[in-house]
Design a protein around this ligand. Structure first.
Ligand code: SF4
Ligand code: SF4
Length: 384
């Protein structure tokens, strides 16, 4: 049994959550084999078990240093360890608590750098013109309107995706229109809060989370069928909203409601008759983001949809390992991130595809930087 968590800088909710999670770890070490940072660096403190130990020391004895913070920073939050763990340790949730606590050790200059990057990415009027210079693709088809309306859904625009790859949400609107579903896209300012959350800015994240819950609850109550996410990184964050509240908090029930109505676009399409659609390219390799396979536990879903159109599933070596994108990780931990990308691209290209497809804007942008063949969101192939 672990000793009581005493750290006064941790809220009651986080203290309870951390105690439960730490107690569920039986130290078996199975997670080490599937942790990308342990595989690359070979240091136990860069493994899930090592980081759990560091967080435990920080919470129970208030013992942590700048070095402990570096081990937290090097974690990709890929949650591959959660998929492997036989004890169901909710490592991702514990990591956020540990990061929040250890952030106080960060030097002022590095903290400022991280703040500027975060605000730049998350402030639409700054990122929109800046994102234009990094634009991956532009809208490549005409807009389709539904012939009749059987349902209406809310599409999470995403904070950076509309600037970098506007064709993704455009394609979703066209595809859903052909299925007689009307789509309302949220404003770019309605960020899911994931980037703040992963960069230890939890109070900024909570403001966004509460605002989204308020707006989206109203929309759902006014007749919207579902909330659709086209970026698996946003989808997993929204689905995890209830974990951010105590069950006695008035937001908890609303968060549960919003979470239960949120679907990745693959989940939504999996329940539909797709015979009116076509696929523009069959020889593709699918990169399944960590947020899809480990976070949302939707492994295999996209490929089962693509297979309806003649796509043949390809075995990708180390498909469970992160591509190195991981939100802003590729900016702050570029060496590890680039190493992971090189490995991933080599494995994806082994079957000599004409294109790589994925489900998350972060992975898409990151892979494209190192790829000689196009990288797209898989839904773009269905907009023909
Ligand atoms: S996190 Fe899970 S897999 Fe890793 S050491 Fe703890 S119990 Fe074992
Ligand atoms: S989230 Fe990923 S990088 Fe972090 S400890 Fe788990 S497996 Fe390793």
């Amino acid at each position: 049994m672990y000793s009581e968590i005493k750290n006064i800088n941790v809220s009651e909710l986080k203290r309870d959550q951390a105690t439960q999670i730490i107690e569920s770890c039986v130290h078996c070490g199975f997670c080490l084999a599937t942790c990308p940072t342990y595989q690359l660096l070979g240091d136990e403190l860069d493994s899930p078990r090592g980081r759990i130990y560091l967080i435990k020391s920080a919470l129970e004895q208030n013992q942590f240093s700048l070095k402990s913070l570096s081990h937290m920073d090097r974690c990709l939050t890929c949650r591959s360890c959660e998929t492997t763990c036989p004890s169901g340790v909710e490592y991702g949730q514990l990591l956020e608590i540990g990061r929040d606590l250890m952030e106080s050790k960060r030097g002022k200059l590095q903290a400022l750098y991280r703040y500027v990057v975060r605000k730049t990415l998350l402030t639409p009027f700054i990122f929109r013109p800046l994102g234009y210079f990094y634009r991956h693709s532009k809208i490549s088809s005409k807009s389709v309107k539904p012939e009749k309306i059987d349902a209406k859904v809310l599409l999470i625009a995403g904070c950076v995706q509309p600037s970098l790859a506007p064709n993704i949400n455009h394609s979703i609107k066209n595809i859903l229109s052909k299925l007689n579903v009307e789509v309302f896209e949220t404003s770019q300012a309605q960020c899911c809060g994931a980037l703040d959350q992963h960069l230890a800015a939890s109070s900024d994240a909570m403001k966004k989370v509460k605002r989204n819950i308020d707006i989206w609850t109203q929309k759902l109550e006014s007749g919207f069928d579902s909330i659709i996410s086209s970026a698996s990184g946003c989808g997993v964050m929204v689905k995890d909203y209830p974990k951010l509240f105590k069950s006695s908090d008035p937001y908890f029930q609303k968060a549960l409601f919003v979470s239960s109505k949120t679907k990745d676009i693959a989940e939504f399409l999996a329940t539909k008759d797709l015979s009116a659609l076509h696929l523009s390219e069959i020889n593709v390799t699918y990169h399944e983001p960590c947020t899809m396979q480990h976070g949302q536990e939707l492994s295999g879903l996209v490929e089962s949809i693509l297979s309806q159109f003649g796509y043949i599933k390809k075995t990708v070596k180390d498909s469970h390992i992160c591509c190195g994108s991981a939100g802003a990780y590729s900016i702050f931990e570029s060496k590890i991130s680039n190493q992971l990308r090189n490995n991933k691209i080599e494995n994806l290209n082994a079957s000599q595809p004409n294109m790589i497809v994925t489900s998350n804007i972060g992975c898409l942008m990151h892979l494209q930087k190192g790829s000689s063949i196009p990288v797209k969101h898989w839904v773009e192939l269905l907009d023909v």
